[in-house]
Write a new protein. Structure first.
Length: 333
């Protein structure tokens, strides 16, 4: 892939080096005034995005509702319709993301270089990793990698493109590159508190839960607004505490997270944590909620997400998460 276009991350670094050698200051992504305005405007938008976490809260964010398409609809019309389609199906993230993908494809047929459509379609693929138990994991990750690479190659100043690039790299276990892409996104727009949470999630996958907790506290200290910005760091806090064997803290975080956005993974962690604490009634209640959303869930299904190859992460899961799930009656296969 790098034979087609120069590596965009290296291109950013090269541009900044050239500017420094010429004694120039690299352009800031925006002024302090516009940072304030963008932060304020984001707080007026609905934050109801499920934890695929790739419909950003920045310049590509939208408000909910229906967007009718006319016969002469253009690229941006299809992009907006796609975002609304995914939000209309908040109760069924997979259905919403698949409907949105069709509209992003139409946008890309009109403009193959639409960064918003590339980022949006990549986001639907990330949703599928978490919400489609029958997915072809290799195909989805390969397509996500291609789309995100194209997005940052077309516009290496777009933090949303770098954020989705970080997800694609993380799913390939290319940790250093994923962290670097996340850092690039943060440098381009420091107002996005959810980028700290994205980095915290990478730390969990890398088997560094204590580092993840530090980043979560930093993200929450920024007073996040909206479902993603609030529920995601709490979700990561839950998983990090589980990895450390701190079940009470894991329960507290997951209960708060699922209160903001109800999806299957917090219920899985709550089932394991309550079981590890011997709180049978609570464990059974969480198991019922989990099976309502994922009727055939097994430990093998969780492993099939392929979230990490790090020995520390795998050992933490075996010791705390999977042990709790087995005691709670979740089958191996």
């Amino acid at each position: 892939m790098s034979g087609v276009l120069p590596d965009p991350l290296h291109r950013v670094a090269r541009r900044r080096t050239d500017q420094a050698e010429r004694g120039e200051r690299p352009p800031l992504p925006c002024t302090f005034e516009s940072l304030e305005q963008s932060a304020a405007s984001r707080r007026t938008l609905d934050g109801g995005v499920p934890p695929g976490r790739l419909v950003p809260s920045g310049r590509h964010a939208i408000a909910p509702g229906h967007v009718p398409l006319s016969a002469g609809a253009g690229t941006i019309d299809f992009v907006l319709a796609a975002r609304h389609a995914s939000q209309r199906e908040a109760g069924d993230p997979l259905k919403g993301s698949l409907e949105a993908r069709k509209l992003y494809d139409q946008a890309l047929r009109l403009d193959p270089n639409s960064g918003a459509a590339l980022v949006g379609k990549a986001g639907t693929l990330a949703y599928e990793v978490y919400f489609n138990p029958q997915l072809d994991h290799d195909r989805v990750v390969r397509e996500l990698d291609e789309l995100s690479f194209r997005a940052v190659s077309i516009d290496d100043q777009d933090p949303d493109a770098w954020a989705v690039r970080s997800v694609a790299l993380g799913l390939q276990w290319r940790w250093d590159a994923a962290l670097e892409a996340n850092a690039t996104a943060q440098n381009l727009d420091p107002t996005r508190d959810w980028l700290l949470t994205q980095r915290a999630e990478l730390m969990v996958f890398m088997g560094q839960p204590q580092a993840a907790l530090t980043l979560v506290e930093q993200a929450l200290a920024l007073d996040p607004f909206g479902v993603v910005a609030i529920s995601w760091p709490l979700d990561i806090r839950c998983r990090a505490h589980m990895a450390l064997g701190q079940y009470d803290e894991s329960i507290a975080a997951c209960e708060k997270s699922v209160g903001e956005y109800d999806w299957w993974m917090p219920h899985l962690y709550l089932l394991a944590a309550y079981t590890q604490k011997g709180r049978t009634a609570k464990a059974e209640a969480e198991k019922a909620k989990l099976l309502q959303q994922r009727p055939s869930i097994s430990i093998a299904d969780f492993k099939a997400l392929r979230l990490s190859n790090e020995p520390a992460f795998l050992e933490e899961n075996e010791t705390h998460l999977f042990a709790g799930l087995r005691k709670g009656g979740i089958p191996e296969d």
